[in-house]
Design a protein around this ligand. Structure first.
Ligand SMILES: Cc1cc2nc3c(=O)[nH]c(=O)nc-3n(C[C@H](O)[C@H](O)[C@H](O)COP(=O)(O)OP(=O)(O)OC[C@H]3O[C@@H](n4cnc5c(N)ncnc54)[C@H](O)[C@@H]3O)c2cc1C
Length: 530
Protein backbone atom coordinates (compact mmCIF):
# COMPACT_ATOMS: atom_id res chain seq x y z
CA UNK A 1 0.00 0.00 0.00
CA UNK A 2 1.37 3.44 -0.90
CA UNK A 3 2.30 5.94 1.81
CA UNK A 4 -0.38 8.43 2.85
CA UNK A 5 0.26 12.10 2.16
CA UNK A 6 -0.70 12.97 5.71
CA UNK A 7 -0.59 10.70 8.75
CA UNK A 8 -3.17 11.85 11.30
CA UNK A 9 -2.65 10.55 14.81
CA UNK A 10 -5.96 10.65 16.70
CA UNK A 11 -9.59 10.55 15.63
CA UNK A 12 -11.46 12.99 17.89
CA UNK A 13 -12.97 16.24 16.62
CA UNK A 14 -9.51 17.53 15.62
CA UNK A 15 -8.31 14.44 13.74
CA UNK A 16 -11.55 13.62 11.96
CA UNK A 17 -12.29 17.15 10.82
CA UNK A 18 -8.75 17.48 9.45
CA UNK A 19 -9.05 14.10 7.71
CA UNK A 20 -12.40 14.96 6.10
CA UNK A 21 -11.33 18.42 4.96
CA UNK A 22 -8.17 17.01 3.34
CA UNK A 23 -9.94 13.99 1.83
CA UNK A 24 -12.67 16.21 0.40
CA UNK A 25 -9.91 18.13 -1.42
CA UNK A 26 -8.53 14.92 -2.93
CA UNK A 27 -5.67 14.15 -0.52
CA UNK A 28 -5.00 10.63 0.73
CA UNK A 29 -4.67 10.41 4.50
CA UNK A 30 -4.34 7.73 7.16
CA UNK A 31 -6.14 8.22 10.47
CA UNK A 32 -4.83 6.31 13.47
CA UNK A 33 -6.71 5.72 16.71
CA UNK A 34 -5.52 3.76 19.67
CA UNK A 35 -9.06 2.57 20.26
CA UNK A 36 -12.02 2.69 17.87
CA UNK A 37 -12.49 5.44 15.28
CA UNK A 38 -15.25 7.16 17.28
CA UNK A 39 -13.28 7.80 20.45
CA UNK A 40 -11.52 10.34 22.63
CA UNK A 41 -12.88 13.05 24.89
CA UNK A 42 -14.90 14.37 21.96
CA UNK A 43 -17.28 11.45 22.28
CA UNK A 44 -18.00 12.40 25.92
CA UNK A 45 -18.38 16.17 25.52
CA UNK A 46 -21.74 17.15 26.90
CA UNK A 47 -22.42 20.89 26.89
CA UNK A 48 -21.69 22.06 23.35
CA UNK A 49 -19.67 24.29 21.04
CA UNK A 50 -19.40 28.04 21.42
CA UNK A 51 -20.07 30.26 18.39
CA UNK A 52 -21.52 33.72 17.92
CA UNK A 53 -24.87 33.08 16.22
CA UNK A 54 -27.30 35.27 18.15
CA UNK A 55 -28.18 38.72 16.82
CA UNK A 56 -27.68 40.20 20.31
CA UNK A 57 -24.19 38.73 20.60
CA UNK A 58 -20.96 39.82 18.89
CA UNK A 59 -17.51 38.42 18.11
CA UNK A 60 -16.13 41.13 20.38
CA UNK A 61 -18.19 39.76 23.31
CA UNK A 62 -16.91 36.25 22.73
CA UNK A 63 -13.32 37.52 22.50
CA UNK A 64 -13.73 39.46 25.74
CA UNK A 65 -15.24 36.50 27.65
CA UNK A 66 -12.40 34.24 26.48
CA UNK A 67 -9.74 36.78 27.51
CA UNK A 68 -11.33 37.22 30.95
CA UNK A 69 -11.42 33.45 31.55
CA UNK A 70 -7.78 33.14 30.43
CA UNK A 71 -6.65 35.45 33.27
CA UNK A 72 -4.38 37.65 31.17
CA UNK A 73 -2.48 34.83 29.50
CA UNK A 74 -4.40 34.31 26.25
CA UNK A 75 -2.80 35.23 22.95
CA UNK A 76 -5.37 37.69 21.64
CA UNK A 77 -4.52 36.86 18.02
CA UNK A 78 -5.34 33.20 18.61
CA UNK A 79 -8.54 34.16 20.44
CA UNK A 80 -9.78 36.37 17.57
CA UNK A 81 -8.74 33.78 15.00
CA UNK A 82 -10.76 31.06 16.75
CA UNK A 83 -13.81 33.12 17.61
CA UNK A 84 -14.10 34.51 14.06
CA UNK A 85 -14.22 30.97 12.71
CA UNK A 86 -17.01 29.83 15.06
CA UNK A 87 -20.09 30.40 12.87
CA UNK A 88 -18.48 28.81 9.78
CA UNK A 89 -17.32 25.82 11.85
CA UNK A 90 -20.90 25.15 12.98
CA UNK A 91 -22.15 25.49 9.38
CA UNK A 92 -19.51 23.00 8.25
CA UNK A 93 -20.62 20.48 10.91
CA UNK A 94 -24.24 20.88 9.81
CA UNK A 95 -23.18 20.29 6.19
CA UNK A 96 -21.50 17.07 7.31
CA UNK A 97 -24.82 15.96 8.78
CA UNK A 98 -24.49 16.78 12.51
CA UNK A 99 -27.94 17.42 13.95
CA UNK A 100 -28.02 20.10 16.64
CA UNK A 101 -30.92 20.94 18.94
CA UNK A 102 -33.28 23.43 17.28
CA UNK A 103 -35.86 25.79 18.63
CA UNK A 104 -39.00 27.12 17.02
CA UNK A 105 -37.89 30.26 15.23
CA UNK A 106 -39.86 33.17 13.83
CA UNK A 107 -41.44 33.20 10.40
CA UNK A 108 -38.02 32.41 8.89
CA UNK A 109 -38.42 28.95 10.33
CA UNK A 110 -36.46 26.91 12.85
CA UNK A 111 -33.11 28.05 14.24
CA UNK A 112 -30.41 26.56 16.40
CA UNK A 113 -31.07 26.50 20.12
CA UNK A 114 -28.28 28.26 22.02
CA UNK A 115 -27.53 27.71 25.69
CA UNK A 116 -25.52 29.89 28.02
CA UNK A 117 -22.70 28.51 30.12
CA UNK A 118 -20.54 29.84 32.97
CA UNK A 119 -18.25 32.67 31.83
CA UNK A 120 -20.23 33.41 28.63
CA UNK A 121 -21.96 36.80 28.69
CA UNK A 122 -24.47 35.67 26.01
CA UNK A 123 -26.27 32.59 24.78
CA UNK A 124 -23.81 31.09 22.31
CA UNK A 125 -23.44 27.37 22.95
CA UNK A 126 -24.70 25.16 20.12
CA UNK A 127 -25.57 21.68 21.36
CA UNK A 128 -27.17 18.34 20.58
CA UNK A 129 -29.22 17.87 23.77
CA UNK A 130 -26.68 16.88 26.49
CA UNK A 131 -24.57 14.69 24.17
CA UNK A 132 -23.03 17.15 21.69
CA UNK A 133 -19.71 15.36 21.41
CA UNK A 134 -21.40 12.08 20.56
CA UNK A 135 -23.40 13.71 17.75
CA UNK A 136 -20.27 15.33 16.29
CA UNK A 137 -17.96 12.34 16.72
CA UNK A 138 -20.27 9.62 15.41
CA UNK A 139 -21.29 11.69 12.37
CA UNK A 140 -17.67 12.50 11.42
CA UNK A 141 -16.50 8.94 12.12
CA UNK A 142 -19.19 7.49 9.85
CA UNK A 143 -18.17 9.84 7.04
CA UNK A 144 -14.44 9.20 7.54
CA UNK A 145 -14.93 5.44 7.75
CA UNK A 146 -16.47 5.31 4.30
CA UNK A 147 -14.41 7.97 2.48
CA UNK A 148 -12.23 6.43 -0.26
CA UNK A 149 -9.34 8.84 0.49
CA UNK A 150 -9.22 8.00 4.20
CA UNK A 151 -7.54 4.87 5.49
CA UNK A 152 -8.33 3.99 9.05
CA UNK A 153 -6.11 2.17 11.51
CA UNK A 154 -7.95 1.42 14.75
CA UNK A 155 -6.43 -0.13 17.88
CA UNK A 156 -3.07 1.19 16.88
CA UNK A 157 -0.86 3.27 19.20
CA UNK A 158 1.59 5.83 17.89
CA UNK A 159 4.78 5.20 19.84
CA UNK A 160 7.07 7.96 18.58
CA UNK A 161 7.54 10.38 15.74
CA UNK A 162 10.36 9.73 13.29
CA UNK A 163 12.30 12.94 12.75
CA UNK A 164 15.22 13.96 10.56
CA UNK A 165 16.98 15.96 13.26
CA UNK A 166 19.48 17.51 10.86
CA UNK A 167 16.73 19.26 8.92
CA UNK A 168 14.26 19.27 11.85
CA UNK A 169 11.66 17.57 9.61
CA UNK A 170 9.13 14.91 10.48
CA UNK A 171 9.33 11.75 8.33
CA UNK A 172 6.60 9.58 9.85
CA UNK A 173 5.83 7.64 13.00
CA UNK A 174 6.20 4.24 14.63
CA UNK A 175 2.83 2.56 15.22
CA UNK A 176 2.16 -0.36 17.57
CA UNK A 177 -0.70 -2.60 16.44
CA UNK A 178 -2.41 -3.62 19.68
CA UNK A 179 -3.82 -6.82 18.18
CA UNK A 180 -0.57 -8.20 16.73
CA UNK A 181 1.94 -6.43 19.02
CA UNK A 182 3.93 -5.50 15.90
CA UNK A 183 5.52 -2.08 15.46
CA UNK A 184 5.66 -0.63 11.94
CA UNK A 185 7.17 2.58 10.57
CA UNK A 186 4.73 4.66 8.50
CA UNK A 187 6.16 7.39 6.28
CA UNK A 188 4.23 10.48 5.20
CA UNK A 189 4.83 13.94 3.80
CA UNK A 190 3.28 15.45 6.93
CA UNK A 191 2.08 14.22 10.31
CA UNK A 192 -0.70 15.76 12.45
CA UNK A 193 -0.88 15.17 16.19
CA UNK A 194 -4.55 15.11 17.23
CA UNK A 195 -4.13 12.92 20.28
CA UNK A 196 -6.07 14.94 22.87
CA UNK A 197 -5.14 15.91 26.42
CA UNK A 198 -3.19 14.46 29.33
CA UNK A 199 -5.80 14.36 32.08
CA UNK A 200 -5.21 10.71 32.96
CA UNK A 201 -2.03 11.86 34.67
CA UNK A 202 -4.29 12.42 37.71
CA UNK A 203 -5.94 9.75 39.83
CA UNK A 204 -9.39 11.18 39.10
CA UNK A 205 -10.21 12.33 35.60
CA UNK A 206 -13.39 12.97 33.65
CA UNK A 207 -11.57 11.85 30.49
CA UNK A 208 -11.49 8.45 28.80
CA UNK A 209 -8.58 6.14 29.55
CA UNK A 210 -6.58 7.13 26.46
CA UNK A 211 -6.04 10.76 27.54
CA UNK A 212 -2.44 10.01 28.49
CA UNK A 213 -0.73 12.96 26.83
CA UNK A 214 0.90 10.81 24.13
CA UNK A 215 1.04 13.62 21.56
CA UNK A 216 2.53 16.12 23.99
CA UNK A 217 5.21 13.66 25.05
CA UNK A 218 5.99 12.58 21.45
CA UNK A 219 6.26 16.19 20.26
CA UNK A 220 8.48 17.11 23.17
CA UNK A 221 10.79 14.16 22.46
CA UNK A 222 10.86 15.29 18.81
CA UNK A 223 12.16 18.71 19.86
CA UNK A 224 8.96 20.81 19.97
CA UNK A 225 8.42 23.45 22.60
CA UNK A 226 5.63 22.82 25.09
CA UNK A 227 3.87 25.62 27.01
CA UNK A 228 1.61 26.33 29.99
CA UNK A 229 1.44 22.76 31.25
CA UNK A 230 0.73 23.92 34.82
CA UNK A 231 -2.79 24.94 33.79
CA UNK A 232 -4.87 21.80 34.27
CA UNK A 233 -8.60 22.39 34.61
CA UNK A 234 -10.43 20.40 37.30
CA UNK A 235 -14.15 19.75 37.26
CA UNK A 236 -15.49 20.04 40.83
CA UNK A 237 -17.87 17.09 40.92
CA UNK A 238 -17.19 13.65 39.46
CA UNK A 239 -18.84 10.57 40.94
CA UNK A 240 -16.66 8.77 43.50
CA UNK A 241 -17.37 5.08 43.04
CA UNK A 242 -15.21 1.96 42.94
CA UNK A 243 -16.59 0.85 39.55
CA UNK A 244 -16.92 4.25 37.89
CA UNK A 245 -14.06 6.70 37.71
CA UNK A 246 -15.06 9.32 35.21
CA UNK A 247 -18.76 10.10 35.44
CA UNK A 248 -19.43 13.84 35.63
CA UNK A 249 -22.12 15.07 37.99
CA UNK A 250 -23.29 18.15 36.15
CA UNK A 251 -23.04 21.62 37.65
CA UNK A 252 -26.74 21.92 36.95
CA UNK A 253 -27.42 19.95 40.16
CA UNK A 254 -25.83 22.71 42.19
CA UNK A 255 -27.73 25.18 40.05
CA UNK A 256 -30.94 23.47 41.19
CA UNK A 257 -30.05 23.60 44.88
CA UNK A 258 -27.83 20.58 45.61
CA UNK A 259 -25.49 21.29 48.53
CA UNK A 260 -21.97 20.07 49.30
CA UNK A 261 -21.49 18.41 52.70
CA UNK A 262 -18.77 16.71 54.70
CA UNK A 263 -19.31 12.95 55.05
CA UNK A 264 -19.03 12.51 58.86
CA UNK A 265 -20.47 15.71 60.30
CA UNK A 266 -22.87 16.51 57.46
CA UNK A 267 -21.64 20.12 57.65
CA UNK A 268 -22.38 22.27 54.59
CA UNK A 269 -18.93 23.75 53.99
CA UNK A 270 -19.13 25.97 50.87
CA UNK A 271 -20.42 29.08 52.74
CA UNK A 272 -17.13 29.07 54.66
CA UNK A 273 -15.28 29.60 51.36
CA UNK A 274 -17.49 31.86 49.28
CA UNK A 275 -20.64 33.86 49.90
CA UNK A 276 -22.16 32.35 46.74
CA UNK A 277 -21.88 28.93 48.35
CA UNK A 278 -22.29 26.04 45.89
CA UNK A 279 -22.89 28.56 43.08
CA UNK A 280 -19.37 29.99 43.26
CA UNK A 281 -17.31 29.54 40.06
CA UNK A 282 -15.99 26.07 39.21
CA UNK A 283 -12.42 26.73 40.35
CA UNK A 284 -13.47 28.03 43.75
CA UNK A 285 -15.74 25.04 44.38
CA UNK A 286 -13.03 22.59 43.25
CA UNK A 287 -10.47 24.32 45.49
CA UNK A 288 -12.81 24.25 48.50
CA UNK A 289 -13.52 20.53 48.07
CA UNK A 290 -9.82 19.83 47.69
CA UNK A 291 -9.05 21.87 50.80
CA UNK A 292 -11.56 19.93 52.91
CA UNK A 293 -10.40 16.56 51.57
CA UNK A 294 -6.77 17.36 52.37
CA UNK A 295 -7.59 18.90 55.77
CA UNK A 296 -9.60 15.89 56.92
CA UNK A 297 -7.77 13.19 54.95
CA UNK A 298 -11.06 12.05 53.39
CA UNK A 299 -11.57 10.37 50.00
CA UNK A 300 -14.61 12.36 48.87
CA UNK A 301 -17.31 14.82 49.92
CA UNK A 302 -21.08 14.55 49.41
CA UNK A 303 -23.40 16.34 47.04
CA UNK A 304 -26.92 16.28 48.44
CA UNK A 305 -30.09 16.98 46.47
CA UNK A 306 -32.39 14.69 48.48
CA UNK A 307 -34.37 17.70 49.82
CA UNK A 308 -35.91 18.11 46.33
CA UNK A 309 -38.94 16.01 45.37
CA UNK A 310 -37.97 12.66 43.80
CA UNK A 311 -40.05 13.41 40.71
CA UNK A 312 -38.17 16.71 40.18
CA UNK A 313 -34.80 14.94 40.37
CA UNK A 314 -35.88 12.16 38.01
CA UNK A 315 -37.22 14.56 35.38
CA UNK A 316 -34.46 17.16 35.57
CA UNK A 317 -31.52 14.77 35.75
CA UNK A 318 -32.64 11.59 34.01
CA UNK A 319 -29.21 10.32 32.92
CA UNK A 320 -27.46 11.06 36.22
CA UNK A 321 -30.35 9.48 38.14
CA UNK A 322 -30.35 6.37 35.91
CA UNK A 323 -26.57 5.94 35.88
CA UNK A 324 -26.23 6.27 39.66
CA UNK A 325 -29.14 3.86 40.17
CA UNK A 326 -27.37 1.30 37.98
CA UNK A 327 -24.44 1.60 40.40
CA UNK A 328 -26.76 1.06 43.38
CA UNK A 329 -27.09 4.72 44.39
CA UNK A 330 -30.55 6.30 44.56
CA UNK A 331 -29.83 10.03 44.43
CA UNK A 332 -33.39 10.92 45.43
CA UNK A 333 -32.68 9.33 48.83
CA UNK A 334 -28.91 9.37 49.31
CA UNK A 335 -26.24 12.05 48.85
CA UNK A 336 -23.78 11.49 46.00
CA UNK A 337 -20.09 10.90 46.87
CA UNK A 338 -18.09 13.28 44.64
CA UNK A 339 -14.49 14.30 44.01
CA UNK A 340 -13.01 16.90 41.67
CA UNK A 341 -11.33 15.44 38.61
CA UNK A 342 -8.83 16.50 35.94
CA UNK A 343 -10.92 17.67 33.02
CA UNK A 344 -8.98 19.73 30.47
CA UNK A 345 -5.32 20.33 29.57
CA UNK A 346 -4.92 24.04 28.75
CA UNK A 347 -1.23 23.78 27.84
CA UNK A 348 0.47 21.63 25.23
CA UNK A 349 2.50 21.70 22.04
CA UNK A 350 3.09 25.24 20.80
CA UNK A 351 1.48 25.85 17.41
CA UNK A 352 0.95 28.87 15.18
CA UNK A 353 -2.21 29.99 13.41
CA UNK A 354 -1.62 27.39 10.67
CA UNK A 355 -1.32 24.63 13.31
CA UNK A 356 2.37 24.19 12.53
CA UNK A 357 4.74 23.10 15.32
CA UNK A 358 8.49 23.69 15.67
CA UNK A 359 9.25 20.61 13.54
CA UNK A 360 8.76 21.04 9.78
CA UNK A 361 5.83 19.00 8.45
CA UNK A 362 4.53 18.30 11.96
CA UNK A 363 1.13 19.81 12.78
CA UNK A 364 -0.82 19.65 16.05
CA UNK A 365 -4.52 20.34 16.59
CA UNK A 366 -6.99 20.21 19.49
CA UNK A 367 -6.38 19.55 23.16
CA UNK A 368 -2.81 18.40 22.49
CA UNK A 369 -1.85 22.00 21.64
CA UNK A 370 -1.15 25.32 23.22
CA UNK A 371 -2.49 27.71 20.57
CA UNK A 372 -2.80 30.62 23.00
CA UNK A 373 -6.62 30.43 23.01
CA UNK A 374 -7.11 29.26 26.60
CA UNK A 375 -4.38 31.12 28.48
CA UNK A 376 -4.52 30.25 32.17
CA UNK A 377 -8.08 28.88 32.11
CA UNK A 378 -10.45 27.55 29.45
CA UNK A 379 -13.79 29.16 28.78
CA UNK A 380 -16.42 26.39 28.65
CA UNK A 381 -17.20 25.04 25.15
CA UNK A 382 -14.27 26.81 23.52
CA UNK A 383 -12.29 23.57 23.19
CA UNK A 384 -14.36 21.83 20.52
CA UNK A 385 -14.37 25.11 18.62
CA UNK A 386 -10.58 25.20 18.85
CA UNK A 387 -10.40 21.69 17.29
CA UNK A 388 -12.61 22.74 14.38
CA UNK A 389 -11.02 26.15 13.72
CA UNK A 390 -7.44 24.89 13.78
CA UNK A 391 -8.24 21.75 11.75
CA UNK A 392 -9.58 24.04 9.04
CA UNK A 393 -6.41 26.15 9.22
CA UNK A 394 -4.16 23.09 9.02
CA UNK A 395 -6.11 21.68 6.09
CA UNK A 396 -5.78 24.94 4.18
CA UNK A 397 -2.05 25.14 4.86
CA UNK A 398 -1.46 21.49 3.97
CA UNK A 399 -3.51 21.73 0.78
CA UNK A 400 -1.23 24.51 -0.37
CA UNK A 401 2.02 22.93 0.81
CA UNK A 402 1.59 19.23 0.04
CA UNK A 403 2.62 19.43 -3.64
CA UNK A 404 5.97 20.94 -2.66
CA UNK A 405 6.73 18.86 0.45
CA UNK A 406 9.38 16.14 -0.05
CA UNK A 407 8.07 12.65 -0.85
CA UNK A 408 8.03 10.11 1.98
CA UNK A 409 11.35 8.28 2.41
CA UNK A 410 12.19 4.68 3.37
CA UNK A 411 12.32 4.51 7.16
CA UNK A 412 14.46 2.53 9.55
CA UNK A 413 12.37 -0.39 10.85
CA UNK A 414 11.64 -0.64 14.58
CA UNK A 415 14.48 -2.50 16.26
CA UNK A 416 13.42 -4.87 19.02
CA UNK A 417 16.29 -7.33 18.60
CA UNK A 418 17.79 -6.46 21.98
CA UNK A 419 14.66 -6.61 24.12
CA UNK A 420 12.84 -9.54 25.71
CA UNK A 421 9.28 -10.22 26.86
CA UNK A 422 8.63 -8.84 30.30
CA UNK A 423 7.69 -11.20 33.09
CA UNK A 424 6.96 -8.27 35.39
CA UNK A 425 3.96 -6.39 34.03
CA UNK A 426 3.19 -5.39 37.60
CA UNK A 427 5.84 -2.68 37.20
CA UNK A 428 3.60 -0.97 34.65
CA UNK A 429 0.36 -1.23 36.64
CA UNK A 430 2.06 -0.25 39.91
CA UNK A 431 3.75 2.79 38.41
CA UNK A 432 0.57 3.94 36.64
CA UNK A 433 -1.19 4.07 39.98
CA UNK A 434 1.70 5.53 41.93
CA UNK A 435 2.20 8.33 39.41
CA UNK A 436 -1.46 9.28 39.24
CA UNK A 437 -1.82 9.23 43.01
CA UNK A 438 1.10 11.49 43.81
CA UNK A 439 0.16 13.85 40.99
CA UNK A 440 -3.28 14.06 42.59
CA UNK A 441 -1.92 14.61 46.11
CA UNK A 442 1.00 16.93 45.33
CA UNK A 443 0.30 18.64 41.98
CA UNK A 444 -3.48 18.97 42.17
CA UNK A 445 -5.76 21.91 42.65
CA UNK A 446 -3.87 23.64 45.47
CA UNK A 447 -0.09 23.55 45.22
CA UNK A 448 2.90 24.47 47.38
CA UNK A 449 6.62 24.47 46.64
CA UNK A 450 7.14 21.62 49.07
CA UNK A 451 4.49 19.42 47.45
CA UNK A 452 5.84 20.17 43.98
CA UNK A 453 9.38 19.33 45.05
CA UNK A 454 8.16 16.04 46.53
CA UNK A 455 6.44 15.28 43.25
CA UNK A 456 9.54 16.20 41.23
CA UNK A 457 11.62 13.81 43.28
CA UNK A 458 9.18 10.95 42.61
CA UNK A 459 8.87 11.82 38.93
CA UNK A 460 12.67 11.62 38.61
CA UNK A 461 12.76 8.15 40.19
CA UNK A 462 9.88 6.86 38.07
CA UNK A 463 11.32 8.32 34.88
CA UNK A 464 14.52 6.40 35.44
CA UNK A 465 12.75 3.15 36.27
CA UNK A 466 10.34 3.39 33.34
CA UNK A 467 13.09 4.30 30.86
CA UNK A 468 15.10 1.30 31.99
CA UNK A 469 12.07 -0.96 31.62
CA UNK A 470 11.29 0.55 28.20
CA UNK A 471 14.84 -0.12 27.04
CA UNK A 472 14.86 -3.76 28.09
CA UNK A 473 11.43 -5.17 27.35
CA UNK A 474 9.12 -5.52 24.36
CA UNK A 475 6.64 -2.63 24.42
CA UNK A 476 2.88 -2.79 24.83
CA UNK A 477 0.19 -0.10 24.90
CA UNK A 478 0.27 0.21 28.72
CA UNK A 479 4.02 0.80 28.75
CA UNK A 480 3.83 3.35 25.91
CA UNK A 481 1.19 5.30 27.82
CA UNK A 482 3.06 5.09 31.12
CA UNK A 483 6.23 6.43 29.49
CA UNK A 484 4.21 9.35 28.10
CA UNK A 485 2.39 9.96 31.38
CA UNK A 486 5.63 10.29 33.33
CA UNK A 487 6.98 12.70 30.69
CA UNK A 488 3.84 14.82 30.91
CA UNK A 489 3.93 14.70 34.73
CA UNK A 490 7.49 15.99 34.55
CA UNK A 491 6.43 18.85 32.23
CA UNK A 492 3.53 19.80 34.53
CA UNK A 493 5.65 19.79 37.70
CA UNK A 494 8.48 21.74 36.09
CA UNK A 495 6.09 24.33 34.68
CA UNK A 496 4.33 24.66 38.04
CA UNK A 497 7.67 25.17 39.82
CA UNK A 498 8.61 27.90 37.35
CA UNK A 499 5.46 29.93 37.94
CA UNK A 500 6.03 32.14 40.99
CA UNK A 501 2.46 33.44 41.23
CA UNK A 502 -1.14 32.23 41.32
CA UNK A 503 -2.98 32.77 38.06
CA UNK A 504 -6.04 31.14 36.55
CA UNK A 505 -5.95 27.42 37.25
CA UNK A 506 -2.53 27.50 38.90
CA UNK A 507 -3.00 28.22 42.60
CA UNK A 508 -0.09 28.01 45.04
CA UNK A 509 -0.11 28.86 48.73
CA UNK A 510 3.51 30.04 48.47
CA UNK A 511 2.70 32.75 45.89
CA UNK A 512 -0.97 33.68 46.32
CA UNK A 513 -0.62 36.96 44.36
CA UNK A 514 -0.91 37.44 40.61
CA UNK A 515 2.11 39.16 39.06
CA UNK A 516 1.50 42.32 37.00
CA UNK A 517 2.95 40.79 33.84
CA UNK A 518 1.42 37.60 32.37
CA UNK A 519 4.03 35.35 30.77
CA UNK A 520 3.64 31.84 29.36
CA UNK A 521 5.76 29.00 30.75
CA UNK A 522 7.70 27.62 27.80
CA UNK A 523 9.78 24.45 28.03
CA UNK A 524 12.17 23.69 25.15
CA UNK A 525 11.74 20.26 23.52
CA UNK A 526 14.22 17.54 24.31
CA UNK A 527 15.41 15.39 21.44
CA UNK A 528 15.45 11.82 22.73
CA UNK A 529 16.21 8.48 21.12
CA UNK A 530 13.45 5.87 20.78
C1 LIG B 1 -16.73 14.60 29.97
C2 LIG B 1 -16.24 15.72 29.10
C3 LIG B 1 -17.11 16.74 28.72
C4 LIG B 1 -16.67 17.78 27.88
N1 LIG B 1 -17.55 18.72 27.46
C5 LIG B 1 -17.14 19.66 26.55
C6 LIG B 1 -18.08 20.57 25.98
O1 LIG B 1 -19.26 20.53 26.26
N2 LIG B 1 -17.61 21.49 25.07
C7 LIG B 1 -16.28 21.57 24.71
O2 LIG B 1 -15.92 22.41 23.88
N3 LIG B 1 -15.39 20.70 25.24
C8 LIG B 1 -15.79 19.75 26.13
N4 LIG B 1 -14.87 18.87 26.64
C9 LIG B 1 -13.49 18.94 26.15
C10 LIG B 1 -13.44 18.41 24.71
O3 LIG B 1 -14.26 17.27 24.62
C11 LIG B 1 -12.02 18.05 24.29
O4 LIG B 1 -11.15 19.10 24.55
C12 LIG B 1 -11.98 17.75 22.79
O5 LIG B 1 -12.95 16.78 22.47
C13 LIG B 1 -10.61 17.25 22.38
O6 LIG B 1 -10.67 16.79 21.05
P1 LIG B 1 -9.36 16.21 20.37
O7 LIG B 1 -9.75 15.84 18.99
O8 LIG B 1 -8.25 17.15 20.57
O9 LIG B 1 -9.01 14.90 21.23
P2 LIG B 1 -9.89 13.65 21.64
O10 LIG B 1 -11.31 13.80 21.28
O11 LIG B 1 -9.57 13.34 23.05
O12 LIG B 1 -9.32 12.49 20.69
C14 LIG B 1 -8.03 11.98 20.87
C15 LIG B 1 -7.82 10.86 19.86
O13 LIG B 1 -6.45 10.49 19.84
C16 LIG B 1 -6.31 9.09 19.91
N5 LIG B 1 -4.99 8.85 20.46
C17 LIG B 1 -4.46 9.35 21.60
N6 LIG B 1 -3.18 8.94 21.74
C18 LIG B 1 -2.91 8.18 20.66
C19 LIG B 1 -1.77 7.45 20.22
N7 LIG B 1 -0.62 7.41 20.94
N8 LIG B 1 -1.84 6.76 19.07
C20 LIG B 1 -2.98 6.75 18.33
N9 LIG B 1 -4.09 7.42 18.70
C21 LIG B 1 -4.05 8.12 19.85
C22 LIG B 1 -7.50 8.64 20.71
O14 LIG B 1 -7.78 7.27 20.46
C23 LIG B 1 -8.58 9.58 20.15
O15 LIG B 1 -9.04 9.05 18.92
C24 LIG B 1 -15.31 17.82 27.47
C25 LIG B 1 -14.44 16.80 27.85
C26 LIG B 1 -14.90 15.76 28.64
C27 LIG B 1 -13.94 14.67 29.01
Amino acid sequence: MSDPEVLILGSGAAGLSLALRLAQQGHVVTVVSKSSLASGSTLWAQGGISAVLDADDSLENHVRDTLVAGAGLCDERAVRFTVERGPAAIRWLIEQGVVFTQEEGDERGRSLHLTREGGHSHRRVVHAADATGRAVETTLATLAGSHPNIRVRENCVAVDLIVDHVHKRVLGAYLLDIETDQVSAIAAKAVALCTGGANQVYLYSSNPHGASGDGIAMAWRAGCRVANMEFMQFHPTTLYHKDERSFLISEALRGEGAVLKLPESGERFMPRFDERGELAPRDIVARAIDHEMKRLGIQHVLLDITHKPASFIRTHFPSIFAHCLELGLNITREPIPVVPSAHFTCGGVITDLRSRTDVDGLYAIGEVTCTGLHGANRLASNSLLECLAFAEAAAADLHERLPSLPDPVALRPWDDSRVTDSDEDVVVSHNWLELRRFMWDYVGIVRTNKRLERAQHRVDLLKQEIQEYYGNYRINAGLVELRNLVTVADLIVRSALLRKESRGLHFTLDYPQTLPEALPTILPGRVASH
